[in-house]
Design a protein around this ligand. Structure first.
Ligand SMILES: *Cc1c(COP(=O)(O)O)cnc(C)c1O
Length: 410
């Protein structure tokens, strides 16, 4: 019989005396310092280490941007801003935080469908780059620039004619609300020239949460080729080519860590060609989840322990309303367990198979479905790992009027 698939080994946090250590502090002590459960804790050093390791493997002349929507907590963004070369925002709210971090506006870009006129004006006033998602948006930003007497800086986000295979979330290929269809790009480029906007380059983002090096390589190759083709119609040199990201992290049993070595080797070759085709364009990779996802935990406390028809439930003070993704309701097709542990019994001691549920009156409020954990009861802390990205701000806080969680960077 084959062995049950297991979660990828935990690498981001030390385990001392069988307890998770976050930001140099055992988690039970950190919980006292935070002063309430549930909470999210993000580990500054784990983020720094991730960026350092990534830069070590990637070609040195690749620029690294942080896609803020993965974790927009202002102190996290400030910290990330000190590590990366640029920030990608997806709303005016994120733009304010990005500007507050001190990041050079020239290194901030704004993508996302449905940018309001105020958002476009704010972006123009700030001097950041707007990744255009439609011909209509192109006209509206020109009006904003005219009104402000400032030349808008724009890139064209391209909806490619290919898709990123084995991606957790497909963002390209076929009809999409994101980006301008590759075949409509030449007309958009001509219009950018006519309107006298500052053309910066292309943004080609083809997907997210990918653990397969081959698929990433294929998508990156296709992105470069597409950019070369489209560059023929560009009204100005390509200053920036943003080839997206999509690097994934292992969440579920059986998933393997992404091997970046082949991705990086391929990129190095591609950069050589790119230099001869596009001159000295800056090539950018934008990542959210990969940079912060493994650096965070969600922590809640067991309120009640009950046995129903032979199944043990740990009922906690946190759940789906703070952590939709761990409940399996954020883009998953078949629900699987995130890595969940009892904070001070990670590997050893008595174990039992339990389901960890939250306080909401819905069967969807499930953090772990029949998982083996250290034996726990009321008062004990449960930690959900891999929770640094798409956690709190991607969850329906107001559902059932439960108390909010807090977020700390340690
Ligand atoms: C969401 C998003 C990202 C970040 O994706 P991750 O999977 O978190 O790395 C990057 N670029 C764009 C345009 C996005 O919308």
């Amino acid at each position: 019989m084959s062995e049950k698939p297991r979660h990828a080994p935990l690498i981001q946090f030390p385990i001392v005396d069988d307890e998770l250590v976050i930001g140099d502090m055992p988690l039970t002590r950190l919980a006292e310092q935070v002063g309430q459960t549930p909470f999210y804790a993000y580990d500054r050093e784990a983020m720094s280490r991730r960026v350092r390791d990534l830069r070590e493997v990637l070609p040195t002349d690749i620029s690294l941007h942080y896609a803020m929507k993965a974790n927009p907590m202002p102190t996290v963004v400030d910290h990330m801003a000190s590590l990366v070369d640029g920030l990608d925002v997806a709303s005016l709210g994120e733009l304010r935080v990005a500007l507050g971090s001190g990041m050079d506006p020239a290194e901030i870009s704004f993508a996302g469908p449905g940018k309001r006129d105020q958002e476009l004006s704010a972006a123009v006033a700030a001097g950041i780059t707007v990744n255009l998602e439609s011909p209509g948006e192109l006209e509206r930003i020109a009006v904003a620039g005219e009104r402000l007497g400032i030349t808008p800086r724009v890139a064209v986000r391209v909806n490619p004619d290919f898709e990123l295979k084995s991606s957790g979330m497909k963002m390209s290929g076929g009809p999409k609300p994101f980006g301008i269809d590759a075949e409509q790009v030449p007309a958009a480029l001509a219009r950018i020239g006519e309107l006298g906007l500052h053309f910066r380059g292309f943004h080609i983002f083809s997907g997210s949460q990918n653990l397969k090096a081959e698929s990433l390589i294929e998508a990156q190759d296709a992105s470069f080729e597409l950019a070369y083709r489209l560059a023929d119609d560009a009204p100005a040199p390509i200053e920036v080519l943003n080839i997206g990201g999509g690097f994934g992290i292992p969440y579920f049993p059986g998933e393997q860590r992404l091997d970046l070595t082949p991705v990086s080797e391929n990129l190095a070759q591609r950069l050589d060609t790119c230099r001869s085709r596009l001159g000295d364009s800056e090539v950018v990779i934008e990542l959210g989840r990969y940079l912060v996802g493994e650096a965070g935990v969600y922590v809640c406390r067991v309120i009640d322990r009950k046995i129903s028809r032979g199944q043990t439930y740990l009922v906690c003070d946190g759940g789906l309303h703070h952590h939709l993704a761990a409940s399996g309701n954020f883009g998953q097709v078949i629900r699987k367990n995130y890595p969940v542990v009892k904070a001070d019994a990670v590997n050893d001691g008595p174990r039992e198979t339990v389901s960890v549920v939250g306080p909401l009156c819905t069967p969807l409020d499930l953090l772990a479905d029949r998982m083996e954990l250290g034996t726990a009861g009321p008062g004990d802390l449960i930690a959900v790992l891999q929770s640094g990205a798409y956690g709190y701000t991607a969850s329906p806080h107001l559902f059932l009027s439960q108390p909010a969680a807090v977020e700390v960077l340690v």
